[in-house]
Design a protein around this ligand. Structure first.
Ligand SMILES: NC(=O)c1ccc[n+]([C@@H]2O[C@H](COP(=O)([O-])OP(=O)(O)OC[C@H]3O[C@@H](n4cnc5c(N)ncnc54)[C@H](O)[C@@H]3O)[C@@H](O)[C@H]2O)c1
Length: 243
């Protein structure tokens, strides 16, 4: 129970990875404020995770951000996971609409919600932010241009927050999963033909990880045991980047 008395705001909490993080942090004693696009998923999570409260909000809109930011005044841990795929679309394939939707959801929600929680964290002398990046935030060729750009930017965001606010007790991390069983890593996404061909060329295919693997990493990073780590991007990819 390393997180007794802590309050954690978790986005994408109805999804595979966000749900695993919410459950794991709750198991360590944290009170969870869970948010997702989908009311049904939020209700389910609030039932499954003891003590969790839930709010449905579209984090790609200013209204959705404002509704969640209203809950941000007393948060010790922020875990940003809400995301959508860009289908692997390359520069000459992507529409401006897809670019804007992917950047606004992944990066815009990370920016707005971290800005919303930071005054409360500074007032209590510290806090931890987890940005769900990807191995696509560490290499250029894993997926499409919008998703790749958003995930690289989340690494920079974690570093900048650590550099600027670390001395005041804020820690920020980018978590970089490889293929994890769950919606964004699943076969149900409509990838472009070129993205499918490029994925077929990828020799580096360790078996997929489980959402719980990412939950375990999150639980360590937000605990005091990780107090001497800050501003780092951590791959959790079964070793794929080692090749
Ligand atoms: N699964 C993987 O292999 C993998 C690998 C690397 C990184 N990631 C990242 O992990 C995070 C979670 O992915 P996942 O695999 O659990 O996928 P998921 O689809 O299961 O979860 C994403 C969640 O985001 C929510 N969401 C989508 N649009 C939203 C919106 N407009 N407003 C609010 N919520 C919205 C969805 O409802 C869903 O519950 C994402 O940021 C993803 O990019 C996943």
């Amino acid at each position: 129970m390393r997180l007794q008395g802590k309050r954690a705001l978790v986005t994408g909490a109805g999804g595979a990875i966000g749900g695993a993080i919410a459950s794991r942090l709750a198991a360590e004693g944290a009170m969870i404020v869970a948010t997702d696009f989908d009311q049904w998923r939020v209700d389910q999570l609030a039932k499954d995770v003891p003590g969790a409260t839930g709010i449905a909000a579209d984090l790609s809109t200013p209204d959705g951000i404002a509704a969640v930011a209203d809950l941000a005044s007393d948060i010790d841990i922020l875990s940003v996971n809400a995301g959508i795929s860009d289908g692997g679309a390359a520069l000459d394939e992507i529409s401006s609409d897809t670019w804007n939707r992917v950047l606004t959801l992944h990066l815009g929600s990370a920016f707005e919600l971290s800005r919303a929680v930071v005054p409360g964290m500074l007032a209590k002398g510290g806090g931890v932010m987890l940005f769900m990046s990807s191995v696509a935030g560490l290499r250029g060729g894993r997926t499409g241009i919008a998703y790749t750009s958003a995930k690289w930017a989340m690494v920079g965001m974690a570093q900048n927050i650590a550099a600027s606010l670390g001395p005041e007790g804020i820690r920020a991390y980018a978590l970089c999963p490889g293929n994890i069983a769950g919606s964004i890593g699943s076969a149900s996404i409509q990838f472009t033909p070129r993205a499918l061909a490029n994925r077929g060329r990828d020799r580096l295919k360790p078996p997929p990880g489980r959402p719980e693997d990412v939950g375990n990493l999150a639980a360590f990073l937000v605990s005091d045991e990780a107090r001497h780590m800050n501003g780092v991007a951590i791959p959790i990819d079964g070793g794929a980047l080692a090749f």
